[in-house]
Design a protein around this ligand. Sequence first.
Ligand SMILES: Nc1nc2c(ncn2[C@@H]2O[C@H](COP(=O)(O)OP(=O)(O)O)[C@@H](O)[C@H]2O)c(=O)[nH]1
Ligand SMILES: [Mg+2]
Length: 201
Amino acid sequence: MGCSSSLPADRNSGRLGALNSEVSGSNDAKNLRVKLVLLGDSGVGKSCIVLRFVRGQFDPTSKVTIGASFLSQTIALQDSTTVKFEIWDTAGQERYAALAPLYYRGAAVAVVVYDITSSESFDKAQYWVKELQKHGSPNMVMTLVGNKADLLEKREVSVEDGMEYAEKNGMFFIETSAKTADNINQLFEEIAKRLPRPTPS
Ligand SMILES: Nc1nc2c(ncn2[C@@H]2O[C@H](COP(=O)(O)OP(=O)(O)O)[C@@H](O)[C@H]2O)c(=O)[nH]1
Ligand SMILES: [Mg+2]
């Protein structure tokens, strides 16, 4: 079981519909639009992170993601720029690694997620980082996320290990909880701040 960010309701919801509007057009210096992909082992909480960020919800009983789902969310930064994240929440890439390049091709941002209660998922995260270093776009903003930070008593991966690995690989690192909402908005705000800005002509 897990979060499903692919409910049919997405399509017709006025709020998301408005944000999804293609009228917003292309990037300018003040309004960025970026493709973001999530990668990581199955069950680490990728869909829950997206759902928490886009809808402010956590639903531990909803279904697993089938295929890939697409959601978008726009945030405003202090300098009055807006960033529209077009979020590709993948499933299947966990098992069918060969499909993954289809998802991360052209992505400006990759969020690699592991579960702090699973050292196996941390190994898997490192696999994805290497994969992205080999095949992703060279100036991709890469982020390492240790999710389920609320499950402290079950922790298998230390903050230091996460931080050290991220630092070595030039990634931004944060621990989150989709359950308690801890650091979820911060994650996306920090990504937004690190995006390369188009130079005004
Ligand atoms: N305690 C806790 N459980 C979480 C958290 N995020 C996700 N989960 C649970 O982990 C399971 C997998 O989540 P899901 O988002 O479907 O993982 P995905 O396969 O990576 O998309 C679900 O049962 C969620 O309820 C979290 O931050 N804390
Ligand atoms: Mg999922």
